[in-house]
Write a protein that binds this ligand. Structure first.
Ligand code: FAD
Length: 355
């Protein structure tokens, strides 16, 4: 593809990392140590990949030299480890297109529900996309999509912006219960309704007890049923109709609809980039973790090779070798002996320890 003129909105970088899960984050660290600039893009609103989206508060016991930490703590540690390199972090955008240009760089396009996102010109690309882009399951009710991002929000990280309003939370698992409880406990009086298909919820015992107590105190109302219609007036979602288990229909006025029906991974556009795949995974060279497209590497759960284990530790190793391979490719003149973080003045400068 010919090289496009670079508009102001295009970000030029040595490395574009697709996915800010644990492996994508560590990839940025290894690239930073080698003096390569990096930008990370994730479709989720936060870093951590599966560790935060699927098991944020559960313990992990097999990270070297960390006897135990939760998925969230591991992510926080990785974010603090990459901080000296100031990688660009772009959340809420899916990487949709990857094109090799005539000058050897890659044009990488992103987008979201709100339209086109940041565009990149990258000298190398690291696919750290795990099991795919996590996208929230959506309610298939005509008229709701028009209010996405404004009044209809999926798995929000922070519920405080919705305090003091009439909020309906849809879902029956930990994510839904936690958000409903946080809103019901907020000092700003908030009308919270938790809507689920059946009066059976799945969460740990503490959270179930917390919700039961809020329910008993009248601070949180539980409604059993499903949304069957959305009602819009003056361009705002005013109410939804809930179809109960007995076939009864009730109109619930609301300001905000929080949908927590789980996240499902979707490999999505990666399959269209011409990379060699085996059972929805990217095949890589074991010495470099390069895909069959030179300059494009695949690390973490997204890749496959003989003996592959989908473990964070293995992804960290892959990211280290991939960063060195990319460095050798992009800056062959800098190739030299391996530097140690304990003793290298250059690495200390890059880590911001000395000036
Ligand atoms: P992920 O964590 O999956 O992150 C990939 C990121 O890429 C996601 O955030 C996704 O949204 C994003 N993404 C994908 N495609 C795109 C795109 N096109 N555009 C933008 N963003 C995109 N491993 C261990 O080592 N020890 C454990 O104890 C352990 N426990 C686990 C417990 C559970 C319940 C689960 C589900 C997994 C566990 N794992 C454990 C496995 C571990 O979580 C994975 O190996 C690890 O998360 C892989 O990291 P990753 O960065 O490769 O991918």
């Amino acid at each position: 593809m010919p090289v496009p003129a670079v508009p102001d909105t295009v970000i030029e970088t040595d490395a574009l990392v697709i996915g800010a899960g644990p492996v994508g984050l560590f990839q940025a660290f290894q690239l930073g140590l080698l003096g390569l600039s990096a930008h990370l893009v994730d479709v989720l609103p936060q870093a951590g990949g599966q560790c935060v989206a699927l098991y944020a508060d559960k313990p992990i016991y097999d990270i070297p030299a960390v006897p135990v930490c939760t998925g969230r703590e591991l992510t926080e540690r990785l974010l603090s480890q990459i901080a000296p390199f100031r990688p660009g972090l772009h959340f809420g955008h899916e990487v949709q297109t990857l094109q090799l240009l005539d000058d050897g760089r890659f044009a990488v396009g992103t987008g979201s529900d709100c339209g086109a996102g940041p565009q990149f010109l990258a000298r190398s690309v690291f696919v750290a996309a795990g099991v795919g882009a996590f996208t929230p399951r959506r309610l298939k009710v005509p008229g709701l999509e028009a209010h996405a991002q404004r009044q209809v929000v999926h798995h929000p990280e922070d519920v405080t912006p919705f305090a003091g309003q009439r909020v309906l939370v849809v879902g029956g698992d930990e994510a839904a219960l936690l958000r409903a409880a946080q809103l019901a406990e907020h000092p700003c009086a908030t009308q919270v309704i938790l809507l689920h298909r059946r009066d059976q919820f799945s969460a740990d015992a503490d959270l179930l007890a917390r919700v039961a107590a809020l329910r008993a105190a009248g601070r949180l109302q539980v409604v059993i049923g499903q949304i069957s219609a959305a009602h819009t007036a003056d361009d705002r979602l005013q109410a939804v109709t809930v179809l109960g288990v007995q076939g009864d229909e009730v109109l619930w006025p609301l300001d905000v609809l929080i949908v927590c029906l789980g996240l499902s991974p979707r490999l999505g556009p990666i399959v269209d980039w011409g990379l060699e795949m085996e059972r929805k995974l990217l095949r890589v060279d074991l010495a470099t973790f390069e895909t069959r497209l030179p300059g494009v590497y695949a690390v973490g759960d997204i890749n496959t090779y003989p003996g592959k284990k989908k473990l964070i530790l293995c992804g960290f190793h892959e990211a280290t070798l991939a960063a060195h391979a990319a460095h050798d490719r992009l800056r062959p003149q800098e190739h030299g002996p391996l530097l140690y973080t304990t003793s290298s003045a250059l690495l200390h400068r890059r880590l911001g320890l000395t000036s």
